[in-house]
Each structure stands twice: as structure tokens, then as C-alpha cells.
Write a protein of this length. Structure first.
Length: 284
């Protein structure tokens, strides 16, 4: 079966052959794979392009190690760690800056971000830490994804999603919880009216996807605290106290639970299973 490749494929393939810069070759080869029609007649071609890409990525990683570059250690400073992944110029840096006010470089040239960059935002009682993963997809950068609670994939089309899925599978990240954000144009986070977009839906989706329970403490006679204690689904009052201070278990008497039900303010014991956004008043 003939490949029936479009004219733009040959133009891009010629650019790829002539360029010398390794990073640029990786970028162009990824684009080439992306615009290659996917059917029976191109299976061998796509497989060969992927093999060449894997070799180039390996060369890029070896070069990085050879010059003594080390991945900047990302320490978890939030309740949730989210890795942002996507191809170059998709808007990862701009999104990070909008959500967290992180000091990031945003440029028109591809591969502006060379190292992972992090920022934190406070949303509905929770500190969400975002890490932008550079579009080189080096294994040492993707190692951060393994310790992340969720992956946020930014894509412009289904071809990019397919490529990202293959990268995740190759790096044993296939089963990691994720959210896919489909962009309506080249960079929907560009510095224009789009920056005023309401990101609450995206942030709510992150909180829902990782299945956490936010518990807001209310010391007796005082106001409810704004910062939540973040626990996993199924957590009990006992788990909450263990998180706060294990010694409190010895003097615990009961807890009051305030919620949106008609039973708000009721007394419960250590085995009570907490719900998201429960307000808890501990008594000793």
C-alpha cells in the first residue's frame, strides 16, 4: 500500500536532514511523525521514524550528562504535585505563570524551557504545586512525573496526544492519573484576553481526579481554618489525628462534624470516614 505522503511532509523531511543542531533535529522529527498519515501503508515508515527519534533522544540525554548537567531536584512543597507535559510552544510556561505567578521565561522560539520549573498556587484550601517538564522528554526530567500525583497533558490535536501517550508508555507512566487539556489554537494561554480565562474548572478537575479528601479544622470556639488537611479517600478521624499529632489519640474524646447535611454538628468517633470538605472540631 502506498504511503501517499503530503507535500509538506517532504518539505519538513528535507529541513530535518539539513539541520545540524541536535535539539532542532529532535523537534523536527517529532513534527514529522506527527504529520505522517497513520495507515497500513505507513506503518514501517512511522516505526523507522520512531527508532531514529529514540536514538536522537538518547544522544541528547548523553550529551546532557557529558557536560555535567544535573536535573534540578524538585522538592514537593505543596499538598499535590502536578507535572505539565506537552510539545514545544503549546503554552506550558504561560499556563504555569498564570496559575502560580512563577518566574518563567516565555518566548517565541521552540524549547525555551531547558530545565524543570515549578510554581505553587493555593486553591480551595489546597496548595497545588505544578512542574513544567521540558519538551525534550529526557528520562531524567520524566523521573519527576513518577513522583507526581497527576499529569496535565496540553495538546493541540489528537496526533500530539498519541505521541505523548507513546512517550508515557515508554517511560512506564501509562497508568499515571492524568487530565488532557485540548487547546483551541496554537497557544491559548498567550498574553491576551485568554489570560483572564477562569481556570477553576481545570483546578476542580485536578482535585477530583486524584481523589483527595480536604478536611478543614475548627478549633473549639474559633473560626474554621482556611488551609485544609489533605487526606486520601477513605481516611477516618483516626487517620486525621495521626497526621496532626499521634499523641492526641490518647486523650481523644469525640469529634464534631460540620457539613451540609441535616446532621451537621453531630458527634463521631475515631472510625468515622471523612468526606471531602468536612469541617472537624476535635475534643480531648
Amino acid at each position: 500500500m502506498p504511503a501517499n505522503l503530503p507535500r509538506e511532509w517532504y518539505v519538513l523531511e528535507e529541513k530535518f536532514r539539513n539541520v545540524k543542531d541536535l535539539e532542532k533535529k529532535v523537534e523536527l522529527l517529532r513534527e514529522l511523525i506527527g504529520i505522517t498519515p497513520k495507515h497500513k501503508g505507513t506503518e514501517n515508515l512511522v516505526a523507522e521514524l520512531r527508532r531514529r527519534l529514540a536514538k536522537l533522544e538518547e544522544m541528547l540525554e548523553r550529551r546532557s550528562k557529558k557536560v555535567g548537567k544535573k536535573v534540578k531536584l524538585i522538592e514537593k512543597s505543596g499538598d499535590i504535585l502536578v507535572s505539565i507535559l506537552g510539545f514545544t510552544q503549546v503554552g506550558k510556561s504561560t499556563l504555569l505563570k498564570i496559575l502560580t505567578n512563577a518566574n518563567v521565561e516565555i518566548g517565541d522560539k521552540p524549547y525555551t524551557t531547558k530545565e524543570p520549573i515549578t510554581g505553587v498556587c493555593f486553591y480551595k484550601g489546597v496548595y497545588i504545586q505544578f512542574v513544567e517538564i521540558p519538551s525534550f522528554f529526557l528520562k531524567e526530567h520524566l523521573s519527576i512525573c513518577h513522583s507526581s500525583d497527576l499529569l496535565l497533558l496540553l495538546i493541540r490535536n489528537e496526533e500530539e496526544l498519541e505521541e505523548l501517550e507513546k512517550i508515557l508508555e515508554q517511560n512506564k507512566l501509562k497508568n499515571k492519573p492524568r487530565i488532557v487539556e485540548r487547546l483551541s489554537n496554537k497557544n491559548m494561554f498567550a498574553e491576551n484576553a485568554e489570560t483572564k480565562r477562569d481556570f477553576s474548572e481545570l483546578l476542580d478537575g485536578i482535585l477530583k481526579q486524584i481523589k483527595i479528601v480536604r478536611v478543614f479544622m475548627k478549633p473549639p470556639g474559633k473560626d474554621v481554618e482556611k488551609k485544609a488537611v489533605v487526606l486520601r479517600e477513605g481516611a477516618t478521624v483516626k487517620d486525621l489525628i495521626k497526621r496532626l499529632n499521634t499523641a492526641w489519640l490518647k486523650t481523644f474524646k469525640f469529634a464534631r462534624i460540620f457539613d451540609k447535611t441535616e446532621f451537621s454538628g453531630r458527634r463521631v468517633g475515631l472510625d468515622y470516614q471523612l468526606k471531602d470538605e468536612d469541617i472537624v472540631e476535635l475534643h480531648f
